[in-house]
Design a protein around this ligand. Structure first.
Ligand code: ADP
Ligand code: ADP
Length: 231
């Protein structure tokens, strides 16, 4: 894992009266899973996208293991930060293997290494590579697409993984299975994970810490599930 730090990070979108993210400061310890919870529109996705620089902060600073990544280009960051979104966000015209191998390919891994990594990851998320590697996303269930999305986020073995409502689109039984898988992956690989959810039960189940946000991504609470439940 790697520690992640946000220092007074602000994002104002053009034409907005108040910032979407208003001076968020936060420290995520290495190897921990932090759950972002809060009402729709409070700035969760914007915060996440600033961390992997899909969105440029208006001001403030981002640190990864003490290194300033505020102005690092997103392609370089893909080595260190994996990204998983609701539904998997798979490219429809690409096979499962091509989707999972996307970031390694961008990082110029050689073909053999990508092929064996893809198979290893499909096994890890419970999809038999012999059956699934050459399928297209439309030939998979929602839960299977989500698994492929998780495999893609892990592909280049980044120390940090960002997840945005990763299990929002799957049925409750599959969700439970994916949550359990994520917890064992987290235990085994010691990843630093930031996960956005609207589901407080999911936050309590998965999180080492829970960040409860109000409008403007202002921190209402940041604590362990035990202490939040006791409050
Ligand atoms: P959440 O993920 O918590 O639902 P978002 O980060 O998506 O919240 O949005 C935070 C605020 O920023 C909302 O008021 C939203 O309308 C606004 N917003 C998000 N994306 C854009 C954008 N591209 N342009 C303008 N406003 C945006
Ligand atoms: P698109 O917008 O067409 O999905 P992108 O080039 O933005 O294409 O991203 C392709 C995929 O690469 C994304 O769906 C995402 O899973 C992954 N990705 C994008 N940005 C990052 C990033 N900063 N770090 C890790 N993975 C990323």
């Amino acid at each position: 894992g790697a520690a992640l730090e946000l220092v007074d990070v602000t994002k104002s979108y053009p034409g907005q009266t108040s910032p979407a993210v208003d001076g968020l400061s936060l420290s995520v310890p290495a190897g921990e899973m932090v759950m972002f919870v809060g009402p729709s529109g409070c700035g969760k996705t914007t915060s996440l996208k600033m961390i992997n620089r899909l969105i440029e902060p208006t001001s403030g600073q981002l640190l990864l293991d003490g290194d300033d990544i505020t102005t690092k280009d997103p392609t370089t960051l893909r080595r260190s930060i994996g990204y998983v979104i609701q539904g998997g966000g798979l490219m429809p015209h690409m096979t499962v293997a091509e989707n999972v191998g996307l970031v390694p390919k961008l990082l110029n891994w050689d073909r053999g290494r990508i092929v064996s990594r893809v198979d290893e990851l499909l096994d890890l998320v419970g999809l038999d590579p012999r059956i699934y590697r050459d399928r297209h996303p439309r030939e998979l269930s929602g839960g299977q697409q989500q698994r492929v999305g998780v495999a893609r986020g892990l592909a280049a073995d980044p120390p940090v993984i960002l997840m945005d409502e990763p299990f929002g689109a799957v049925d409750p039984i599959t969700r439970q299975r994916l949550q359990d898988e994520l917890m064992s992956i987290q235990d085994e690989l010691q990843k630093t994970i930031v996960c956005v959810t609207h589901d407080i039960d999911e936050a309590i189940k998965l999180g080492d810490r829970i960040l409860i946000l109000d409008e403007g991504a202002r921190i209402a609470q940041y604590d362990t599930p035990e202490r939040i439940l006791a409050a």
